[in-house]
Design a binder for this molecule. Structure first.
Ligand SMILES: [Zn+2]
Length: 162
């Protein structure tokens, strides 16, 4: 078994939502590689920062994110895992990228109690004026349900594809 601590820059922008990990952001990896019968089991954690805007008030946000990962890298020719050893190397990039992208929030907020924008004026509401929840315009309610039901299954789908 071998353990590694690595800090490498993100090779490109990861994530297509309103928050993403920007190219060049440090990825702090703690990786454990274990030799098992079928190949190499790679597990560990990755820490980084995502940037974007708050989904309620559109303020710029940068938040830390930590993700765990574990995957078997098989010896070539077995084809029961999505990952294979390549010339005795474990290529963690796809694994780490997918773990990060799937962990990015669909509805990021600058703080859990962000009061968001005033529905009437579009101004940012102050913390004190945000006590009453924003009334949902009944004409928009159906649309809101649509975004909720669409975002959840797409995460499941991309996990299966990876
Ligand atoms: Zn906010």
């Amino acid at each position: 078994m071998r353990e590694h601590s690595l800090t490498i820059p993100a090779p490109e922008r990861w994530g297509e939502g309103i928050v993403s990990v920007e190219e060049g952001r440090d990825l702090e990896l703690e990786v454990r590689l274990e030799s098992v019968h079928e190949g190499i089991l790679a597990s560990g954690t990755v820490d980084t920062i995502y940037d974007g805007v708050c989904g309620r008030c559109l303020r710029d946000i940068s938040q830390p994110v930590e993700v765990e990962f574990q995957e078997l890298f098989e010896y070539p020719g077995q084809e029961t895992s999505d990952f294979e050893l390549q010339d005795d190397h474990v290529d963690l990039e796809t694994l780490v990228r997918d773990a990060i992208v799937l962990s990015l929030p669909f509805q990021p907020v600058c703080s859990p109690d962000c009061p968001g924008l005033d529905p009437a004026t579009g101004d940012r509401r102050s913390e004190s004026s945000g006590e009453a929840p924003a009334p949902v315009d009944p004409r928009w309610a159906a649309l809101q349900e649509l975004t909720h039901t669409e975002s959840a299954p797409s995460a499941v789908q991309s996990r299966e594809e990876s």
